[in-house]
Design a protein around this ligand. Structure first.
Ligand code: SER
Length: 316
């Protein structure tokens, strides 16, 4: 077995920062190379190798892969759902082109494994929206969702045609305190904690009873690494796996926060993101992940709220 050398592209993003830190702990700082279009991130500074990289620059990416003897890539750079709706063609170009370039580099350089994230955004209004199954009607309504579904099919194609070991998860909304999300429809569930601590008030851009599947970042990172470490023969699909932890509405997360900050109050002013949220499932059936690689979440809403508020307080 050769030494694992991991490249994380999009390392300064919401998932990227925590994944880089976790993989460095697991594989050693110098075996995890962080790359992002940003100059750096305070939490990654001086922590291990870092490259400033535009994911669309295939030559620059290839150079890093060769120079660092990379064996695995995690591609996290993408435009999310809300940003994507403002500029659909740009979202398509960035999300698809970057993915195809990485898959080609991975094949050419004979990488052991590639990770590419999918999302609940692959589902649309025609999908049964409670306990949404792994295999169901998939007709995404956003360009982000279209790019994720097309991407899943490409991952499956590269695996079946050329044997590339690409793995993927359909993330629900992710909630974290170390690094902020950007441009997503589920971002309200992060903003609300910041505003609760700062102003004791939050105006939510989704309506009070909009249920969406959500997950605390600790679970998402653990699940991602578990999926990437599981032996190949355990994987029964080469599309992205459904994974789930909890579902709640803005009203319920507000109630959970009020248990710690009784003065907190919320009001609602839904915008264009409401329509995106309404096209997504309320809850997800992740039994395939639970069976194939023994996925199990640890955080529910109240445990997450306690952890978020505790950690955010220390950063303010
Ligand atoms: N969190 C993402 C978004 O809201 C969904 O994958 O766009």
């Amino acid at each position: 077995m050769r030494q694992d050398k991991i490249l994380i592209i999009g390392a300064c993003g919401q998932i990227g920062v925590e994944l880089t830190l976790a993989l460095r702990k697991a594989y050693g700082n110098n075996n995890v190379i962080a790359a992002d279009i940003k100059e750096s991130h305070p939490l990654l500074k001086d922590d291990g190798p870092y490259y400033q990289l535009n994911v669309m620059d295939s030559d620059a990416t290839l150079n890093i892969v060769k120079k660092e003897n990379i064996t695995q890539i995690y591609l996290l750079a993408a435009l999310l759902s809300a940003t994507g709706e403002k500029n659909p063609k740009l979202a398509w170009d960035i999300n698809m082109q970057s993915m195809l370039q990485i898959l080609d580099i991975s094949l050419q350089e004979k990488l052991d494994r590639v990770y590419w994230p999918s999302s609940i955004a692959v589902f649309g209004t025609s999908t049964p929206n409670e306990q949404t199954q792994q295999k169901t009607i998939i007709e995404p309504r956003t360009v982000y969702g279209i790019s994720k579904y097309a991407g899943e099919l490409w991952c499956q194609y590269y695996n079946q045609r050329w044997g590339l070991d690409v793995r993927s998860l359909r993330y629900p909304g992710l909630i974290s305190w170390k690094s902020a999300p950007g441009g997503g429809t589920t971002d309200y569930a992060v903003e609300i904690y910041h505003e609760a601590l700062k102003n004791k008030h939050y105006t939510c851009f989704l309506s009070e009873n909009t249920y969406l599947p959500m997950m605390y970042m600790d679970d998402a990172i653990r699940g991602t690494i578990e999926l990437m470490q599981v032996p190949t023969d355990k994987l029964s699909t080469r599309m992205a796996y459904n994974i789930s932890a909890m579902s709640f509405s803005p009203k319920e997360i507000a109630e959970s926060i009020k248990k710690h900050i009784p003065e907190f109050n919320i009001d609602y002013n839904p915008d264009f993101r409401q329509q995106i949220a309404d096209s997504w499932p309320k809850s997800i059936d992740d039994s395939l992940a639970r069976t194939d690689w023994i996925w199990k979440p640890e955080f529910n809403l109240d445990k997450m709220t306690e952890n978020m508020l505790l950690n955010l307080k220390s950063t303010i």
